[in-house]
Each structure stands twice: as structure tokens, then as C-alpha cells.
Design a binder for this molecule. Structure first.
Ligand code: DAH
Length: 346
């Protein structure tokens, strides 16, 4: 058998094998692999070139032509089969991706600030409109700032009143935001109007007390301040906070070591407008916080001359404000991070 006959037979063999594989391909991927197997750089057709060297000069072009014809037929078969398979694959994918436009949409949950953060932001907003700006202080506080400078000397019963977490002999987890008053007076020149929000800590836990809660402190220092100015500020604040311009407020005499005179600040109950309800225990009033004129000892401890400067201060519990504003019954809910509770404040 001449070289040319056997090489032609080889071409036919490969062509037959290739056409059969192409017609049996199950996917475009499989088809592509076959294409590489036969027509690729190292594929079967490239392998045929080894016959070339043994062919006579007049057989070489015949052989080349025959290879090209086979390749062309194969290319055509590939293209046709590829079209068929691609169409099949697209319709299968589309069947899977079919969308039922009558199905209800998937709701996406959206984050929002914690209710305590919302209340702090709102209080800061309201007071910033009458000239107050925010100051912060450390949570681990020196005994000096938390007690001493606030006119609460060692062995003073007020230290027991606030069940204190001690870090060491001279450091506590701050039991109140009042130390922010001292730090601000030390660091800045009066006149001052500042609010200090933040976490405070007391060794206490039940339905109305949590070991960690939040307060906001207010401090105004000027040449001359008065109880009536204090009351006007707190009344403005209360009316803005509860969104009720008719709400009445009152001061009741009280005691705090760092203010003289001291008072509790009450608002008419925003739930019943003073008629008496469960929220205000039928009294028509709810207590919002403490306040008073800054004690001369406190001014002195912070480096101010009480003959030159006067001040008023106030402090609210944030959880308490949130409870009143949103009608929440249990203070512990604010710290439990139960999404069903938090979602209600969106
Ligand atoms: N620090 C007080 C407390 O924790 C609240 C308070 C009362 C703050 C009177 C004040 C104030 O600034 O003047 O209970």
C-alpha cells in the first residue's frame, strides 16, 4: 500500500471518529473538549502532518487538500452541533430561572439606631438649639471626679447610696455623668453650656434598675444664673421632648451634694396630661431627673471662683426618658438586644 493511500485512510478514520463524537456530544462543554481533541494544536489532525515527509511532491498537495476538506466538514459539524446544544442549554436555564411575578416580594430588613441612642440624639438636638454642645468623659473615672470634686467626700453616705463598682482604691466605673461637669470646667474657660451623655454603672438589677444604664448631664456656667433660668431651660426641653407645648413642669426641693439648692424636676404626665394614670401612678406627675445650682465647693474643686461664677446643672436618666416616651415597661429590654423589641423603633 502506497504512503498516500494509507495516509488518506488515516484521515478518513480520524474524520469518522470525530464526526461520531461530535454527534454524540451531550453539552457545549463536551463538544468544545472534542474540538480541542481533534482540531487543537496537539490534536489528531495536527498529528497527520507526520505523513507529509514520506509523500511524493505531487501527493503532498492532494494530501493537504484532503486534510483541509475533512477539517472543514468537521468545523461545520461542530458549528451545527454547537448551535443545537447551546439552544438546548439556554432553554433549560431559562426554565430554571423562571420568575413568578405574582409571588410576594422579599422584605429586606433595615438597620436603625438603638432607642437609647435615638433618645440621646434627640435630647442633644433639643438642647443644642439653646446653645448647649456635647462633652464626653471616661467610663472608668477617678474617685476625685466621680465623688470628691462633686462635694462627696470619703465616708459620705452618698457613696453608699450609689452602689459603686470599684476598679481599685482610686478608680470607679462612673456612677453618674456628673464628673463630666468637673472635667469641662477644668478644661475650658466659662461661660459654658454643655451636655454630657453616656453610660453609667451601679451595682443594681431589677425591673427598673440595670447595672449599666445611661444618663445625660447638663451644665450652664455664667456670671449670673438663677433657678428660674434652670426651670425655663428644663421646661423648654420637656415641651420639645414630648412634643407638647402645654405640658406643665415643677421643681420639688431635694438634696444632691453637688447642688445648693437642689431639686427634683417633674413633668406633667405626658400619657394622661395630668389626670392620673398607671404610668404616673395616678399622681399626674412624673419625675424626670435632678437639678440645682452648682455648689460653691464644686466650682472651687474645678478651679472656678464662686464669687465670680455661678452655675446650674441637671441630670436625667436616658432609659427613664425612653420608657416614658415609648411606654416601655421593663428597663432590661434596652440591653437585651432582642430584635423583636428593637424593630418597633424603626
Ligand atoms: N448625678 C445625679 C444622679 O446620678 C443626677 C443629678 C442630680 C445630676 C442633680 C445633676 C444635678 O447635675 O444637678 O442621680
Amino acid at each position: 500500500m502506497s504512503n498516500v493511500t494509507s495516509s488518506f485512510e488515516e484521515i478518513s478514520k480520524i474524520e469518522q471518529a470525530a464526526l461520531q463524537k461530535v454527534s454524540q456530544a451531550q453539552s457545549t462543554k463536551e463538544l468544545y473538549d472534542f474540538k480541542v481533541e481533534f482540531l487543537g494544536k496537539n490534536g489528531s489532525f495536527s498529528g497527520l502532518m507526520k505523513f507529509m515527509k514520506d509523500l511524493s511532491p505531487e501527493d503532498k498537495p492532494k494530501f493537504g487538500q484532503r486534510v483541509n476538506e475533512a477539517k472543514n466538514r468537521l468545523e461545520e459539524a461542530f458549528t451545527a452541533q454547537n448551535q443545537k446544544l447551546a439552544q438546548k442549554e439556554i432553554s433549560e436555564r431559562l426554565a430554571q430561572e423562571k420568575i413568578d411575578v405574582t409571588l410576594p416580594g422579599v422584605t429586606r430588613s433595615k438597620g436603625s439606631p438603638h432607642p437609647i441612642t435615638m433618645v440621646i440624639d434627640e435630647i442633644v438636638q433639643i438642647l443644642s438649639r439653646v446653645g448647649y454642645s456635647v462633652r464626653l468623659g471616661p467610663l472608668i473615672e477617678k474617685d476625685f471626679y466621680n465623688f470628691e470634686a462633686l462635694n462627696v467626700p470619703e465616708d459620705h453616705p452618698a457613696r453608699d447610696m450609689q452602689d459603686t463598682f470599684y476598679i481599685d482604691k482610686t478608680h470607679v466605673l462612673r456612677t453618674q455623668t456628673s464628673p463630666i461637669q468637673i472635667r469641662t470646667m477644668q478644661a475650658e474657660k466659662p461661660p459654658l453650656r454643655v451636655v454630657g451623655p453616656g453610660s453609667v454603672f451601679r451595682c443594681d438589677s431589677d425591673i427598673s434598675h440595670a447595672p449599666q444604664f445611661h444618663q445625660i448631664e447638663g451644665l450652664c456656667i455664667d456670671k449670673k444664673v438663677s433657678m428660674s433660668e434652670l426651670k425655663a431651660t428644663l421646661t423648654y426641653f420637656t415641651r420639645e421632648f414630648f412634643g407638647n407645648t402645654d405640658i406643665k413642669t415643677r421643681l420639688r426641693p431635694s438634696f444632691f451634694p453637688f447642688t445648693e439648692p437642689s431639686a427634683e424636676f417633674d413633668s406633667q404626665c405626658p400619657f394622661c396630661s395630668g389626670k392620673g394614670c398607671r404610668m404616673c401612678k395616678q399622681s399626674g406627675w412624673i419625675e424626670l431627673g435632678g437639678c440645682g445650682l452648682v455648689h460653691p465647693n464644686v466650682l472651687r474643686a474645678a478651679g472656678l471662683n464662686p464669687d465670680e461664677w455661678q452655675g446650674f446643672a441637671f441630670g436625667f436618666g436616658i432609659e427613664r426618658m425612653a420608657i416614658i416616651k415609648y411606654g416601655v415597661e421593663d428597663i432590661r429590654l434596652f440591653a437585651q438586644n432582642d430584635i423583636r423589641f428593637l424593630e418597633q423603633f424603626l
